[in-house]
Write a protein that binds this ligand. Sequence first.
Ligand code: MN
Length: 431
Amino acid sequence: MLDILRVEALNAGSLMKESDFVHIYTHYDADGISSAAVIASALHRIEKPFQVTFLKGLSEGVESDADLIILSDMGSGYPDIVSQIDANVVIIDHHFPAGKIEGKKKLAHVNPHLAGLDGTFELSASATAYVVANTLGENSDLAAVALVGILGDKQKIVGGNAEVVRQGIETGSIEVKRGLNLYSGSVREVLMISTEPYLDLYNKEDELEEFLKKTGVDGDREIDDLTEDELRRLADGILLRLLRQGAYEGVVEEFTGKKFILKNELITNAVMFTDVVNACGRASACSIGFAICMRDKNYLDRAVNIWREFQEEILKELNRRKDEISEGECIRYLIMDNAPTTSPLASIISRYLFSDRPFIALNLKNSISKVSARSNPKIPVDMGEIMRKASMKVGGRGGGHKVAAGATIPAERADEFVKEVDRLCCAVHGS
Ligand SMILES: [Mn+2]
């Protein structure tokens, strides 16, 4: 299936080979960081010098003396900006292309959408980068790094992604094991700090000890060393707790069954590696996330510390905010002032605490309010559509997917906005 990308990937590969110096611009999230690492590793192995810059978006602009600019996890949506770049350009992206690019010099545009593949769920930028990397040499071990982007973008392991993972398994860089998709570490620490699934055990020592006693699993044991029997009891305990908490049933599948082990990476637990890289990106420490994707041991401790602080910040914020959640007729909502983060909170609350209704979180900053909206497949509303309509009504902008959407609205019209979202959600329910 990935062969269909190969022609354009080969073009990208030859531009990389013929350049003297490469400047990679990439997105700051886990997919962007891991994509850059896949490309950079391949360049390093053919002794091609490179530099990496992390961006929130391409609108920040590109300025470089390099004779080859690589745009990864971005570029396809900005034909105007790309057309102005005065160097050879390689785009390695999986966002929907938004028009014709007139390159000033040579251009290779590797994007699953252009080859008839699904880039939304079935091929991440990192997996696309993996295809390009393998035109430069035997780089199949990088499938493990590509998996970080696949998981980070919450894509599915089907189609092209599945092919990348299969190659990783065949060549020994990825192993699939039966088990729970939890972080690695002591059982006690993992249960406390986990956000996927979120178990509401942070800073609740008595409850945690009670939970461990009931499940009969020693909290000091390493999760990765548990026997099948212990794992089963732990899984049962977690399931029961999730259902009592009000979690969406769909989350159960996500943490039971199989887990991916990355044999050659600094963090072998794939979900943990992904979350560490993601946390580095969100904490403006992209280069540390990049370094561990490049297997540089010197940065491992710092990366893990950033991740731990990031987790704790979310968990503390959840403990603070949980009681502030309000109810409308058909939705639940949370209005916050200058909160450090909105979207991880909204995801956790809607997935693990209140999954029966759509949920929106508003974060008021100065005159603007950022909105994160969440739903799940069991609720028959399209939050993307509702965000678009409701934000328009109050002079803002919004949109997104059915289950995850967002908006930016004028802060002084927040109450009116919440009422409109509630009304639109009720209208859907009623019909
Ligand atoms: Mn991506």
